[in-house]
Structure formats: structure tokens, C-alpha cells
Design a protein around this ligand. Structure first.
Ligand code: NAI
Ligand code: OAA
Length: 350
């Protein structure tokens, strides 16, 4: 079977064959915000037709059918088909891309760690379904929280699918960091580059500006000109980005939806279509032991992408300032791993 990334890379202008995309939690908020844009070309490009397979729990299947009806009502030229399932194995049949969104969101006052026991079992079931039914080229992004550890669980139950195909979403954090950096420097997001998110998609994440640039100059130098020193980065900027999810819940009255959908689409699009020359994105991926992060956790790193493959950026001399923060977030990932091991949720590949 042709890998969808190679197919897109080979023929970016017109005759790419349809891709099968499974979206879980399709009747939920992020699902609803994602499916229409996926059907309109924002996921795989405006040349690639899509076959959407929507997975929901039985209680929400009717709502998902309503979403499918609306998709049909859009008369969307790229939408080849849309089907609704409550059986994970049927939903992942032939899937080349999986957007694993379906899970409970947190509400006011909850930490993302509180979702571990509520959501983890979903991903063992889906990992097994993917192992059984997905296409050989399958790639997944896990959005449902705690996203990194849910991706680890899914991968552990899918031993026949390469582990590196299970990733988790930290692109939203990456976008948040770009936006806050641009605001602090009074420039457009188009003028900033090189931010990186390390570790867990949680408040322990390390938002790294050490390689970031603003109009090609070191971001820390430009921030200083705007009155923002290293202390400001540590005490204001990093927590601002890491706690943005809670701030949105506080202000909007519900967790991030459209920005999460947008980041999910960009994550897959970047993976399949590549990062611009000299630039990187942040993705949570199974650690290879690189950058001092042990194997056995799904950790966010700066990555470059080309032809459907991502590569964690080459190790650089990480300052003590950064090292301590990366290690703290990795320690949290290791603790989450221990917690799911204790719940017996890791599968045969663990
Ligand atoms: N990684 C990230 O950057 C972000 C992650 N999230 C997470 O995304 C997840 C979804 O958020 P929302 O869409 O706002 O929640 P929602 O409650 O609006 O929708 C979740 C949907 O998932 C469905 N679902 C639950 N269990 C399922 C299963 N086993 N199979 C298929 N579908 C299932 C529910 O029926 C519901 O329709 C939450 O866990 C949230 O914390 C949210 C924002 C950002
Ligand atoms: O904070 C939450 O619960 C939702 C989320 O993951 C985010 O907005 O980053």
C-alpha cells in the first residue's frame, strides 16, 4: 500500500488518491471543530480527498450521525465518504491517519493528571483496534488528555504498528508560545521562529526560548530591549504558556476547542508535508533516549519533518537552566507511566 505522505509528496497538485482518516470523539467539541476543516483540506491539503470514519461512544452515536449529516450538507468536494461507528475496530479499518480526540475534558479546578484514570482505558482499547485494523502507513496524534501518556498506552497495545507512529499534541503549546513571544516583542507571529516545547502537555512543560528568534535575532536579546529579562521569561512567560489551558477554562468557561482543533490539523499536516527549511515544530513522540530523555515515555521535542517522517532535532548543549526544567517534566511523564503500569493499562509492547 502507498504511504499517504509519499503520495502527497510525489503528487502535490492533483491526482492524489483519497486518504482514510479516523476521528474519535467526533461529536465532541474539538471533534466538531476538526471534522469540517479536515473535510475542507486543512488536514491533508486541498488536493487530497478524504474518507472520514467517525468514532463515538454508543450514547453519542446519534449526535455523530448529526455531524455526518452536516458534513454531507456542506457538499464538500474533497469529502469522498463519511461513516459513523461505535466499534473501534470497525472505525479504524484501513485508517491511514487517526485523530484520537475522544476523551473527557477537564473542568474548572481539575489538573490534567486527574484525567489519567478516567481516560487511560479508552486508549488501550483503541490501541488494540488500531493494531488489528489500521493501514500499514497509519499515523496517530493523541489529543485526549493526558495526551502523552495516552499515546504511550495506545502504542503499547499496538505492537505491530511502529511505535513512532503514535504521537501526542503539543502543537497547541507551541502556537501559544509563538503568539505570546510575538505579543511581548510587538511583532507578528510570522516574525518569530524556533520556540520549542519539551516534556509533558501539562503545567510542567518547558517552553524553551533559548533557540528562538525574532526577525532572525535571538529572542532573548529582543525581549531584553522590550524590558523582559531572563527572570521575566522564567516567572511570567513560561507559566503563561504552560497554564494557558486553565486560563482559557477560567475565561471561556470551557477548555480550548478551536485552537486545539487547529493545532491538531497542523500537527498532522506538518508531519506529512514537512517543516520549512531551517525551522522546527514541537511534537510529543516516543523518546529514543535522545537529549537525556529516557526511552519509555512520549515526550515533546522540537522536530523537523520531511516526507512523512519526523526527526528529533540533534542534541545541542542544553543550559543548566533548561536541563532542570526538562528533567522535571520528564519526571512527571515517568510518574504517569508508573501510574498506568500500576493500573495494568500498558500492553504487550510496554
Ligand atoms: N492536547 C491538547 O493540546 C488538548 C487536549 N484536549 C483534550 O481533548 C479531549 C477532548 O476535548 P473536548 O472535545 O473538548 O471534549 P468533549 O467532551 O466535548 O468531547 C469528547 C468526546 O469524546 C467522546 N468519547 C469519549 N470516550 C470515547 C471513546 N472511548 N471513543 C470515542 N469517543 C469517545 C465523547 O462522547 C465526546 O463526544 C479532552 O481530553 C481534552 O482534555 C483539549 C484541548 C487541548
Ligand atoms: O487544559 C486543558 O484541560 C485542555 C488542554 O489540554 C489545553 O488547553 O492545553
Amino acid at each position: 500500500m502507498v504511504d499517504i505522505a509519499q503520495s502527497i509528496a510525489r503528487d502535490p497538485v492533483g491526482t492524489t488518491s483519497a486518504a482514510t482518516v479516523t476521528i474519535t470523539g467526533a461529536a465532541g467539541q474539538i471533534g466538531y471543530a476538526t471534522v469540517f476543516r479536515a473535510a475542507a483540506g486543512a488536514l491533508l491539503g486541498s488536493e487530497t480527498p478524504v474518507r472520514l470514519r467517525l468514532l463515538e461512544i454508543p450514547e453519542a452515536v446519534r449526535a455523530a450521525e448529526g455531524v455526518a449529516m452536516e458534513l454531507l450538507d456542506g457538499a464538500m468536494p474533497l469529502l469522498e465518504s463519511v461513516d459513523v461507528f461505535d466499534d473501534p475496530t470497525a472505525a479504524f479499518d484501513g485508517a491511514e491517519v487517526g485523530l484520537l480526540i475522544g476523551a473527557r475534558p477537564r473542568s474548572k479546578g481539575m489538573e490534567r493528571a486527574d484525567l489519567l484514570s478516567a481516560n487511560a482505558s479508552i486508549f488501550s482499547v483503541q490501541g488494540r483496534a488500531i493494531n488489528e485494523a489500521a493501514a500499514p502507513a497509519f499515523r496517530a496524534v493523541v489529543v485526549g488528555n493526558p495526551a502523552n501518556t495516552n499515546a504511550l498506552i495506545a502504542a503499547s497495545h499496538a505492537p505491530d504498528v511502529p511505535a513512532e507512529r503514535f504521537t501526542a499534541l503539543t502543537r497547541l503549546d507551541h502556537h501559544r508560545a509563538e503568539a505570546q513571544l510575538a505579543i511581548a516583542c510587538g511583532v507578528s507571529v510570522n516574525d518569530v521562529d524556533g520556540v520549542a516545547i519539551w516534556g509533558n502537555h501539562s503545567t510542567s512543560q518547558y517552553v524553551d526560548l533559548t533557540r528562538a528568534t525574532v526577525r532572525g535575532r535571538p529572542a532573548e536579546e529582543v525581549l531584553l530591549e522590550h524590558g523582559h529579562d531572563r527572570r521575566w521569561i522564567d516567572e511570567f512567560f513560561i507559566p503563561k504558556v504552560a497554564k494557558r489551558g486553565a486560563e482559557i477554562i477560567e475565561v471561556r468557561g470551557g477548555s480550548s476547542v478551536a485552537s486545539a482543533a487547529h493545532a491538531t490539523l497542523r500537527h498532522i499536516r506538518t508531519w506529512l508535508r514537512g517543516t520549512p527549511e531551517g525551522s522546527w515544530a514541537s511534537m510529543a513522540v516516543p523518546s529514543t533516549g535522545i537529549h537525556g530523555v529516557p526511552e519509555g515515555v512520549v515526550c515533546s521535542f522540537p522536530v523537523t519533518c520531511s516526507q512523512g517522517r519526523y526527526t528529533i532535532v540533534e542534541p545541542w548543549a542544553i543550559a543548566d537552566f533548561s536541563r532542570a526544567r526538562i528533567d522535571r517534566s520528564v519526571a512527571e511523564l515517568l510518574a504517569e507511566r508508573e501510574a498506568v503500569e500500576a493500573l495494568d493499562l500498558l500492553g504487550p509492547r510496554a
